[in-house]
Design a protein. Structure first.
Length: 435
């Protein structure tokens, strides 16, 4: 994306040509079900206006760059379904805040991508808009809930995409499909106009082809300027070794250990760290999200339960059974998780761990097996990402090779508001992967 933006400013590439190229790829990859609302004719109009602005010498960080949006961000005059049957014909009157910022930077709003219904799941097997498929292997899941955004980026259907992340919904599809996914610090990007799933857990963020692209989008969407260089030599890296990282596929573990070895050779100080409180993550995230999501959907799930797909309907109905006492206990556990994460950053500068413990599962697989033990696939996929929604700290997934031909993501986590350092370490991992 950064290279495209430079070429557009230099007028060696036309926004119209770029849009046509992406539309051709969308047509060729339609079976992947990346989009709910394809860019269509509106993209051509935006591209023509961008070309005229570039010809006049106007500037903009993303002027003429096509960026796709997960279909839960409100778009003025363009339907926003949230991946649901209930909102299939909703056309908002105003843009979400992140959409406004994209437009102000000159970006072309390039269609609305597929997602798990109401963003409440990690497969993007959408019952109303089609089962999304991993571009690396269409028999496999792209993850979710921002699955369509990851597909569009990896399949070359847009320059970048915006997703949301409540328990890992940016980082999981980034890892399973093989692109970069950034969940910034909680509150760093505005959520006005983004349809909520869990109010205290939701984040917005970019999915991109490179870490530099993620940094550029973070600057545009947050209004912050990142430092041009962040020194990485000498940084203290904590390689997370806890119960939640015990069950990890051997191929995934090998890639993360290789990344850690590469960081050590690059002059960073890598050591193992344990955070026992992370063992409470699964239960704490489950109770928190089920209660908050059920509150969002309280009226519709009572009045129109059959308007939901079976999996989301079951989750919402179970969420209605969470008591106030359960929710309070979960928030007390969450405070302890948040404090434990804060304390570990007194001793290390960043954490490194797998983004997901497994590579992309076959569509429809429900169980991940660990020898004689097993775990629900949905639970496995969020196990290593959701601690950082609960704590709100920034987390980045960077592709680092493959296991049995399927992408592996390495997750880099930093202290509150330290996106510059997280991105700097992510760029180093990215360089090591390409070495």
């Amino acid at each position: 994306m950064t290279a495209l933006a430079r070429s557009l400013r230099a007028r060696t590439l036309s926004p119209v040509e770029l849009v046509d190229a992406y539309l051709t790829r969308i047509e060729a990859g339609r079976d992947l079900r990346a989009f709910i609302t394809e860019p269509g004719a509106t993209a051509h109009g935006q591209a023509q206006r961008a070309a005229e602005r570039l010809a006049r010498g106007e500037t903009g960080a993303l002027l003429g760059v096509p960026v796709a949006l997960k279909d839960l961000f409100s778009t003025r005059g363009m339907r926003t379904t949230v991946g649901s049957r209930i909102l299939r014909d909703w056309v908002p009157a105003v843009d979400a805040a992140v959409v406004t910022r994209l437009r102000e930077a000159g970006a072309i709003v390039f269609g609305k991508t597929n997602l798990h219904e109401f963003a409440y799941g990690v497969s993007t097997a959408n019952p109303w808009w089609g089962v999304a498929r991993n571009p690396v292997d269409p028999r496999r899941s792209p993850g979710g809930s921002s699955g369509g955004s990851a597909i569009a980026v990896v399949a070359g259907m847009c320059a970048a995409a915006i997703g949301s992340d409540t328990g890992g919904s940016i980082r999981i599809p980034a890892a399973l499909c093989g692109c970069v996914g950034l969940k910034p610090t909680r509150g760093a990007l505005p959520l006005d106009g983004a349809y909520p799933l869990g109010w205290s857990l939701d984040h917005a963020g970019p999915l991109t082809r490179t870490v530099a692209d993620a940094g550029l989008l973070f600057e545009v969407l947050s209004g912050r300027t990142l430092p041009p260089r962040v020194r990485t030599r000498g940084l203290r890296v904590g390689l997370v070794q806890s119960n939640i990282t015990r069950r990890v596929q051997l191929g995934v573990r090998a890639r993360v250990e290789a990344a850690a070895l590469g960081l050590r050779r690059a002059g960073l100080h890598v050591r193992e760290v344990t955070i026992p409180e992370l063992d409470w993550t699964v239960a704490t995230q489950l109770v928190t999200l089920r209660a908050e999501a059920s509150a969002v959907h309280a009226r519709w799930i009572r009045q129109r339960p059959k308007a939901y797909g079976p999996d989301v309907r079951a989750r919402l109905q179970l969420g209605a059974l969470v008591s106030g006492a359960d929710y309070v206990v979960a928030q007390r556990a969450r405070d302890r998780i948040r404090e434990a994460v804060r304390q570990v950053f007194e001793h290390v500068d960043v954490l490194v761990l797998p983004t997901t413990p497994i590579t992309a599962p076959v569509i429809g697989d429900r169980v991940a097996r660990w020898g004689s033990d097993e775990e629900p696939v949905d639970g496995a996929l969020v196990r290593l990402t959701s601690p950082f929604n609960l704590s709100g700290v920034p987390a980045l997934s960077v592709p680092f090779g493959a296991a049995a031909g399927l992408p592996v993501g390495v997750q880099v986590v930093g202290p509150w508001n330290d996106e510059p350092r997280v991105l700097a370490v992510g760029r180093l991992i990215e360089a090591l992967a390409g070495a």
